[in-house]
Ligand binder design. Structure first.
Ligand code: LIP
Length: 270
């Protein structure tokens, strides 16, 4: 799309993507019932792709391309057209199953993540976590919701007992993650690591945790959750600027009362 996106264009994309993500979640649940360990590709240390990851991404890319002709970036298949897609003003970014490790084990902490970035700004975000019965949605400027309930990050009442998720992957040295956890704990901040960056960020938006940190995460993990967090009053580092969409980078998301402490601990500017 070369012309500026109108509100009607955005509304049509919101309505279509909302139902598409739910359909993709149902597909992933159905495929797990017949999953075989032989359908799992090992991409790297503790990094896998199941047949469902690939089928969900293929479904989402096909439907969005047919309906709108927009560019799509996905975790498993990359860009759906020439590399120039990165420069388009309308880019969908999909993680077909965020939390694949959990999905493989029947652990319900996974979701389908679909975000829309317009002129470099996170604008629409959808997360479907069907085994948890949670559907998250947000549109820039109109709030973020879980199962229709408006979301708000935590307040300073819990400032004496912050709870933060700190993610990691084989993309960064293990010691870097261990050092971060040590610094958090020494600062009196309780930490968790639950294996889905998107759902960790979504829990910042719900106020169930107060912050999320990861030393390197990919754009498909966060594209939907960025707007879900900010529309709930959370603050996030400028992840999409520079080469964030193509190469990923660090993420810091938190309630305003905790952002400064996490920025000091992690060295990530917000
Ligand atoms: C996951 C990320 C998470 C990271 C995991 C994994 P995937 O994405 O959302 O932040 O800590 O190692 O990379 O691979 O399940 O789509």
């Amino acid at each position: 799309m070369t012309r500026a996106m109108t509100s009607a264009d955005l509304e049509a994309r919101y309505a279509f993507a909302r139902e598409l993500v739910k359909e993709a979640g149902r597909l992933a649940v159905d495929m797990r019932k017949s999953a075989s360990v032989h359908d799992i590709e090992t991409k790297g240390p503790r990094d896998f792709a199941t047949a469902a990851d690939k089928a969900v991404e293929e479904l989402i890319v096909k439907r969005l391309t047919e309906r709108f002709g927009d560019a799509v970036l996905g975790e498993e298949f990359g860009f759906d057209r020439e590399a120039g897609a990165l420069n388009t003003n309308t880019l969908w970014i999909v993680d077909p199953i965020d939390g694949t490790y959990n999905y493989m084990h029947g652990n319900p902490r996974w979701c389908v993540s679909l975000g829309l970035v317009v002129d470099g700004v996170a604008t629409l975000g959808f997360l479907d976590a069907p085994q948890s019965g949670h559907f998250y949605e947000a549109r820039r400027g109109t709030g973020s919701f879980r199962n229709g309930e408006r979301l708000q990050v935590s307040g300073p009442a819990m400032a004496h007992a912050p709870l933060v998720e700190s993610g990691t992957s084989s993309r960064k040295p293990l010691q870097h993650y261990l050092d971060t956890v040590r610094r958090l704990m020494e600062a009196g901040i309780e930490t968790r690591r639950l294996g889905s960056g998107a759902l960790g960020l979504a829990q910042v938006a719900t106020g169930e945790i107060d912050g999320y940190l990861e030393d390197h995460i990919n754009s498909w993990d966060v594209a939907a959750a960025l707007v879900i967090v900010t529309e709930a009053g959370g603050q996030v580092n400028d992840f999409l600027s520079g080469d964030g969409i193509r190469s990923g980078g660090p993420i810091l998301a938190a309630a305003p009362w905790l952002v400064g402490r996490l920025s000091d601990i992690s060295g990530v500017a917000v």
